[in-house]
Structure formats: C-alpha cells, structure tokens
Design a binder for this molecule. Structure first.
Ligand code: PXG
Length: 443
C-alpha cells in the first residue's frame, strides 16, 4: 500500500486525558507499556520493566497468566454479555459462591459491580437501606477516616480522607464525619508488621457517637490496612476496638479490601489476617487479577436477610449496574481464584513476608528515607519531602526507577510497593538494589 492509500490516522497525545496523572508533564515524556508477562511489563521498544506494584495492587497472580487469558477467550466466544437484571448466567452464581467461601464469618452473599469505587458506593447504600428496612431510617451518617481512600464516586470521596480528592468537588455527601488517621512517625517509625502504638485512636469513634448520637450513624468504613495513602498497617488492637464500639452501638463496620483482598497480606482478606470480621467487605482488583474490570461487595447474612425479609417492595435493593456480573469478568474471576488456589499464592505471600520485610528494612539507612513500613507483601518507603516541594522527590525517584526498569507507585512522598504474589527472591533483591541506587543519585 503506498502512502496515498493509507487511512488518515490521528494518533497524537492530546485526546487521551490520563486519570490521576500530571498530564502535561506526562506528555512531555510519555511512558508506554505494550506487553506484559509474569513479573514484567515491556515497553513498545521491548525494554523490560519489573512490576513491583502488581499493576496497581491488582495483578496478584502476575501478568497474562494463560489460564485466565484462555478463560476470557472462551467466554467471549461463548457468550459476550448477559443482562443481570431479571436474568442471570451460571458463572455469576459460581463466582459468588466461591467468593463467599473465601470470606470470613457469616459474610455469605456477594453483589457484583465493576470497580472498587462502585463497590464502596454500593456498600454505603446497602448500609443505609439495611437500617431503613429495620425501621431505623434515621441512621444515615457515614464515618470514614482521614487519609482513607475509597475510590472516586461521590460516596467514596465523601468518606475518604485524601484532601485533593475531596477539595475540588464540593461538599460531598451530607452527614459524613471522619476518624483520625493512624500514621504516627514519632512513635511507630520503621515498624515491621502492625505498629505498637495507636489502638486508642479507635476511641475517637466513641466521641463521634457522643457528638452525633448512635441513632444517627449507619456505618464506619476503613481500609484495614490503608493503601493509597502510603501503606499504613493498623496499630495492634485498633481494629478490634473499632469492631467493639460498632457492636456496642449497632453501627455497621465496612472493610474496604480493594487492595488487601486476595492474598496481599497472606490471607484471602485482611479480615482474616487481623482476626476482625466486618459486616461488609468491598473488593475489586485481585478478584479477576485485573484482567477484566470487576468489583464486589461481600455482605453478611444478617444484612442480606434483613433486606430480603424487610424490603417494602418486590425489588429489595434498587441498585445495580449494566455490567454487574459481566460474563467475561466472571470467567476471569473463576480462573483467577483457581490459580490462587492451585499455586497456593496467599500462603506464598505469607511465606515470603519475612524475606520481604528483611530486604525492605535494609533500606533504613538509604538516603532520604524517614520511614519504612512492611506487612504481607506490601511496603512503603517514606522519603523526607524536598523543602518547599512536597512530592517532587518521590516523583523523580519514580521516573528514574522507571527509566532503569522498575515500576513502583509514588504517593505523596512515599513509594509504595506491592509485587505480584509470584515474586521471586531475586526480584525482591533487584527492587531493593535499584531503590538504593536511585535514592543515592536523586537530590
Ligand atoms: N478502595 C480502595 C481501598 C482502593 O485502594 C478503590 C477503593 C477504588 O477502586 P477503583 O477500581 O474504582 O479504582 C481503591 C483503588 C494507589 C492507588 O496509588 C490505589 C487505587 C487507585 C488509584 C491509585 O495506591 N486503589
């Protein structure tokens, strides 16, 4: 085909608006991935980049795993889409049962959505509807936590606690309040696993109950380990206290496990790792190994049954999405859960944890480092901010590491790490060595 017959293609950088990205900076120096396999991404030029963040806390079984790819291909050929309203398909029931089996306690029911943000807004709505059908419709307040990340829906940013995610978008949901965050560098720096100090911060919930009265509060939502804000494991005893206060006042406890679900902390959910069972669990990411977008809300029998028995309309919950329980997502989810089980990946995360912890904490004396936090196969390396230029140092470290073939996740002045659970000790060593080298060169 000569040039004159070529279709006119416009493929410049301007149309695509990247999410959560400094677009103008990115477009001066775009970073592209064209292919992925196992622990690695590959750029269009074929350069290998070690994925130390599982995509974005999501690809827990590693990239492009054959059984997942083939399950999606088979499903696409067999049935592309089925509505979930008044009709269903077998794999949705199967995946819900499989997820229910992984969840703790009496969390036996699963509502499918398409992302973590949708999971959060769905969970908040289920909490409100639950109280209402029990004749407690005044329980409408929702309590989140400073530094919490619960996606980008209006519900999620309202209960969330990241300033920039909230301040540009108006007042959000009414009747929301926040617990204090648990980050305490002065007392807990360089903690391995759960920090010693801070259980008493859960008592702030009692103060909110005293301020608003329990009869106005529907639910508390927290990440059992805060992820996006820079990996904050819960202080010892903190989640237990939150659970006890919620029980005392008939307040629902929601764990946002979008990051911690599916093995990140060496158990199916952080709930099992910390021995605290919430009433609702939000999940996404690792549910399908991120191969097809999907999220879900795990719901306790008590909440589910109250809505089934107490609803004042034939449809018990006026909520759902066109793509809830999408066949491709269900196929990917089933193949993913099979792979986790066959390869024992949750247990593998647990067995790698001490080596991971040791390797990461060896960076304690590296330049700029003011804290290191590790738990499960997650870690944060917190840097001293550049005077007058917060986040600039972590951004530069991220960009330099990328150029040298390592993908990490900058958040504020913290570098977060969360490798696929198939990570090998050699990848961990390479990650730490690269980090040390780059920290030494970046001002
Ligand atoms: N809850 C939690 C706890 C999350 O981590 C969401 C909800 C929203 O999920 P969706 O699928 O709507 O994006 C998340 C998402 C980071 C980072 O830098 C993490 C997320 C998203 C963007 C950045 O750690 N997690």
């Amino acid at each position: 085909m000569d040039g004159s017959d070529a279709p006119t293609l416009r493929n410049d950088l301007s149309a695509y608006w990247l999410p959560f990205t400094a677009n103008r900076r990115f477009k001066q120096n775009p970073r592209l991935f064209a292919r992925a396999d196992g622990m690695f991404y590959y750029t269009p030029e074929g350069r290998e980049v070690l994925d130390a963040v599982a995509g974005l806390w999501a690809v827990n079984a590693g990239h492009n795993r054959r059984p997942i790819v083939e399950a999606i291909q088979r499903q696409a050929a067999e049935m592309d889409y089925a509505t979930a309203f008044n009709v269903a398909h077998p794999k949705a029931f199967e995946l819900a049962s499989r997820v229910a089996d992984l969840m703790p306690g009496d969390l036996d029911h699963v509502f499918f959505v398409n992302s973590g943000s949708e999971a959060v807004d769905t969970a908040l709505k289920i909490a409100l509807a639950y109280h209402r059908v029990r004749g407690k419709g005044a329980r409408t307040r929702l309590i989140g936590r400073e530094r919490g990340y619960h996606g980008v829906g209006f519900g999620g940013i309202s209960v969330g606690g990241l300033v920039k995610n909230r301040m540009y978008f108006g007042p959000g949901l009414p009747g929301v309040d926040h617990l204090p965050h648990t980050h305490d560098l002065a007392r807990n720096a360089f903690t391995r696993g759960q920090p010693e100090h801070g259980a008493e911060l859960a008592d702030a919930l009692e103060r909110l109950v005293a301020l608003h009265d329990a009869s106005t509060i529907a639910a508390v939502i927290v990440e059992p380990m805060a992820g996006s804000t820079g990996v904050l494991p819960p202080p010892k005893g903190y989640l237990e206290r939150l659970r006890a206060i919620c029980d005392r006042h008939d307040i629902l406890l929601i764990f946002d496990e979008v990051i911690t679900g599916f093995g990140r902390l060496g158990e199916p959910f952080a709930a099992q790792r910390f021995g605290v069972t919430p009433d609702l669990i939000t999940m996404a990411k690792g549910l399908t190994n991120a191969a097809v977008p999907m999220g879900a809300v795990g719901v306790s029998a008590g909440i589910h049954d109250a809505l089934m028995e107490g609803a004042d309309a034939p449809i018990e919950l006026f909520h759902g999405y066109t793509y809830s329980g999408h066949p491709l997502a269900c196929a990917a989810g089933l193949a993913t859960l099979d792979l986790y089980a066959e390869e024992g990946l949750f247990e593998r995360a647990r067995s790698l944890e001490s080596g991971w912890e040791e390797a990461l904490h060896s960076l304690r004396d590296a330049r700029h480092v003011i804290d290191i936090r590790t738990i499960g196969l997650a870690a944060a390396v917190e840097l001293e901010p550049r005077p007058g230029a917060p986040t600039a140092r972590a951004t530069q470290v991220f960009e330099t590491l990328f150029d040298r073939g390592l993908l990490v996740r900058p958040t504020g002045d913290t570098l977060a790490l969360s490798p696929p659970l198939i990570v090998e000790p050699e990848h961990i060593a390479r990650t730490v060595d690269q980090l040390r080298a780059v920290l030494a060169t970046v001002e």
